[in-house]
Design a protein around this ligand. Structure first.
Ligand SMILES: Cc1cc2nc3c(=O)[nH]c(=O)nc-3n(C[C@H](O)[C@H](O)[C@H](O)COP(=O)(O)OP(=O)(O)OC[C@H]3O[C@@H](n4cnc5c(N)ncnc54)[C@H](O)[C@@H]3O)c2cc1C
Length: 421
């Protein structure tokens, strides 16, 4: 069974202190989108050396990928000479590291989940996708700057008429022309879109003459200032104001083969697979956000239930209020257990299946929404006021049920898996 270690608890306290000093004073400005999240993200990374830590991990991964490539070039199957495979022992360090990586997400989400969304898309999705599917040259060129937050990343698949059916309805095309591509289309709801320096953009490959619906999906790595790429200012939205969301317009954007993810047209169906792998990663990440948001709501609600007196007694003495608190505590425990399972899987060298990640996201998103709304209710009129912070968390929570695949899409993924269809 996984449990937080003393080291995790100590690190958590350090993050909490940072949030109290560096994040909480800016909550109002972040919540109306007056202040961008990037300077705080960079300060957070610099304070705890998170960029350097990610770079060390990156270097180790690159060294192992290079060794593998060299072995392949010599015609050797990597690892073939190591004898029969033994079952891998549980790697407690890997489980601990997975938990350590969740701590910034949990702690920042207690106050400003939008900042976590902006950070997660830049580091987790953008750098993560290039690390998973880019060529060695692309990994070297784009990943270190993203990991250090010197550059901000965006991951663009959604289009005005292609949301849940992102692949089926995708209209953005990349036409092959000479040695490169000409990209035309539009993307919407793109986190960091208005500010990103590095954008992963999905498009259908137009080789001329083929059926539009049959065209393979490919990904490109674009610079934010590529000629022909324009963006509108960030949308006004319900919550998550600390993460700017916007549109991208592509008008004859010309790029070379070096911008095609993987730099080769061999196995081009990879774009779709790469996007699916990223969905799984994104979905499990929601559990850590959910834990931070639920913990904060529970903490504020317990405090309020103890001190708010009505009809001569603290409201916490009324059973209807106790029910709300108890349900929040159960939600907290369930979400934490989902996270603990994902840490244990990391220790066992496994990834959750797409269906398991969908189930985790569905549950965590729904229960976070319920807890945040109940926290507002428990605070009465004060809960509706910005100063008490639960209304912001409630507005922020809604999008957990929409982005990274809506609740309905998670449900259909789970059901299709059950039915084998
Ligand atoms: C704040 C925010 C940030 C985002 N960031 C990004 C980003 O960085 N990159 C990116 O590419 N996208 C991003 N998105 C887009 C997000 O992933 C989509 O909004 C989401 O996938 C839903 O697509 P849609 O909005 O077009 O809704 P639609 O797909 O049009 O859905 C409308 C409704 O129909 C339901 N529905 C659709 N299909 C089915 C079905 N088969 N069965 C049952 N019900 C169905 C949906 O669940 C929903 O209730 C972001 C969205 C938001 C709001």
């Amino acid at each position: 069974m996984f449990e937080w270690s003393e080291q995790h608890k100590t690190v958590r306290q350090m993050f909490r202190k940072f949030c109290d000093q560096e994040v909480v004073p800016h909550l109002d400005a972040l919540d109306v989108g007056e202040q961008l999240p990037y300077p705080i993200m960079r300060k957070f990374f610099a304070t705890f050396g998170l960029g350097e830590m990610s770079l060390m991990e990156y270097e180790a991964r690159m060294a192992s990928l290079e060794a593998r490539e060299a072995a392949l070039a010599r015609g050797e199957a990597p690892g073939a000479d190591k004898g029969p495979r033994r079952p891998k022992a549980f790697d407690a360090q890997a489980a601990d590291m997975a938990a350590m990586k969740a701590l910034p997400v949990i702690e920042l989400s207690r106050h400003v989940p939008g900042l976590v969304t902006a950070m997660g898309v830049s580091v987790g999705l953008t750098a993560g996708a290039i690390m998973a599917r880019g060529s060695m040259a692309q990994r070297r060129r784009f990943v270190p700057e993203l990991l250090k937050l010197d550059k901000i990343g965006a991951w663009a698949i959604t289009e005005p008429s292609a949301g849940s059916d992102a692949f089926g309805q995708m209209h953005t095309t990349a036409r092959i022309e000479g040695e490169g591509f000409v990209i035309n289309g539009q993307k919407t709801f793109i986190t960091n879109g208005p500010h990103a320096d590095t954008i992963i953009l999905y498009a259908r490959l137009d080789r001329g003459g083929d059926d539009a619906a049959e065209r393979p999906v490919v990904a490109f790595i674009l610079d934010g200032d590529t000629p022909g790429l324009t963006r509108a200012k960030a949308f006004r939205k319900m919550g998550m104001h600390a993460s700017p969301t916007g549109e991208l317009f592509l008008d004859d954007v010309r790029v070379g083969m070096d911008r095609l993810m993987g730099e080769t047209l061999d196995g081009i169906e990879g774009g779709r697979q790469a996007a699916k792998a990223t969905f799984g990663q994104e979905r499990i990440g929601v559990a850590a956000m959910a834990l931070g948001m639920i913990e904060r709501c529970l903490e504020l609600s317990v405090q309020y239930a103890r001190t708010r007196v009505q009809f001569g007694r603290p409201i916490g003495e009324y059973q209807l209020i106790q029910l709300k608190l108890a349900k929040m505590a159960v939600a907290r425990q369930n979400v934490e257990n989902i996270l603990f399972r994902s840490f244990a899987q990391a220790g066992a060298g496994q990834n959750p299946s797409l269906t398991e990640a969908s189930a985790a996201k569905l549950y965590c998103a729904q229960v976070t929404m319920e807890v945040c709304l109940e926290a507002v209710q428990l605070h009465g009129g004060y809960g509706y006021m910005a100063e008490y912070r639960v209304e912001q968390l409630a507005r922020d929570a809604k999008v957990l049920q929409i982005y990274g695949g809506t609740d309905e899409i998670q449900i259909s993924q789970i059901a299709r898996d059950l039915l084998g269809v």
